[in-house]
Write a protein that binds this ligand. Structure first.
Ligand SMILES: Nc1ncnc2c1ncn2[C@@H]1O[C@H](COP(=O)(O)OP(=O)(O)OP(=O)(O)O)[C@@H](O)[C@H]1O
Ligand SMILES: Nc1ccn([C@H]2C[C@H](O)[C@@H](COP(=O)(O)O)O2)c(=O)n1
Length: 232
């Protein structure tokens, strides 16, 4: 996204832990409304992947912040409307989705100077006619004035099961037990860090998606947005 933010454009902020369904719902709602989409987790994942490729250690905070500030990233759409992410002109849409990159992203995301380096880049996604922003601190830090804030959850068991099924479909061999442990560890790190920890904004609507089909979650979120935009 290039260009300055339009601070009058409405924002739907969706935050929550791994596997709660934020990304799935954010994509569908953005498509339905014709709004822009910010996948903020992708920026932390890209920073982590870029660091690994450049041999920058994950504890070198200032080198990581420099990498984050200068990420050579492009968010594109193919002819079918599917999102693609390029890092230094290479399509890394799938590479950034591995559990290893997710774990490294969570470590990188705990570093305050890295978060600072990515802040304005995220805010610049706020463009007319509106933005759906998905992450951990969309409603608390990046867009505290978002018109609608949703904190999406699901039970730990269901989130692990969803991720397990997702990886199985992609042919990635993991056990449910090891995945549950990895997700719990990532959630703990995301929630306990001092910089922008994962927590609901005070004015967020908490939405527990355990056992709720995707279409119904999309409908509930759209209803919230439409009610807010209509001023009800
Ligand atoms: N309500 C739901 N019911 C069943 N499965 C769901 C639901 N929402 C999402 N899923 C599935 O769960 C998996 C994880 O969803 P998604 O990637 O959207 O979660 P996320 O919160 O964005 O996770 P992360 O923060 O780790 O990227 C996907 O396979 C998705 O299809
Ligand atoms: N706004 C955000 C978005 C993401 N993160 C961190 C925490 C996650 O463990 C990691 C990857 O995110 P995902 O793609 O799984 O949503 O990035 C964050 O701290 N703040």
């Amino acid at each position: 996204m290039t260009g300055q933010a339009d601070n009058k454009a409405p924002v739907l902020a969706i935050d929550g832990p791994s596997g709660s369904g934020k990304g799935t719902i954010a994509r569908a709602v953005a498509a339905e409304l014709g709004w822009h989409l910010l996948d903020s987790g992708a920026l932390y994942r890209l920073t982590a992947l870029h660091a690994c490729r450049q041999d920058v250690p994950l504890d070198d905070e200032h080198a990581l912040a420099d990498l984050a500030a200068g990420l050579p990233v492009a968010f594109l759409q193919d002819e079918q409307g599917e999102p693609h992410i390029q890092l230094a002109e290479e399509d890394v849409t799938w590479q950034i989705r591995t559990e290893q990159v997710g774990d490294a992203a969570s470590r990188v995301a705990a570093i305050p100077v890295v978060r600072e380096a990515l802040l304005q880049r995220q805010r610049d996604f706020r463009q007319s006619p509106g933005l759906v922003a998905d992450g951990r601190d969309m409603g608390t830090v990046v867009f505290p004035d978002a018109q609608v804030k949703i904190f999406m959850t699901a039970s730990a068991e269901e989130r692990a099961r969803r991720r397990y099924n997702q990886l199985k479909e992609q042919g990635v061999g993991v056990t449910l037990a090891s995945l549950s442990e990895e997700i719990a560890e990532r959630d703990r790190r995301d929630a306990e860090r001092s910089a922008a920890p994962l927590r609901p904004s005070r004015d967020a609507l908490e939405l527990d998606t355990t056992g709720v089909p995707v279409d119904e979650v999309i409908g509930r979120v759209l209803a919230q947005v439409r009610a807010r935009l209509a001023g009800t």
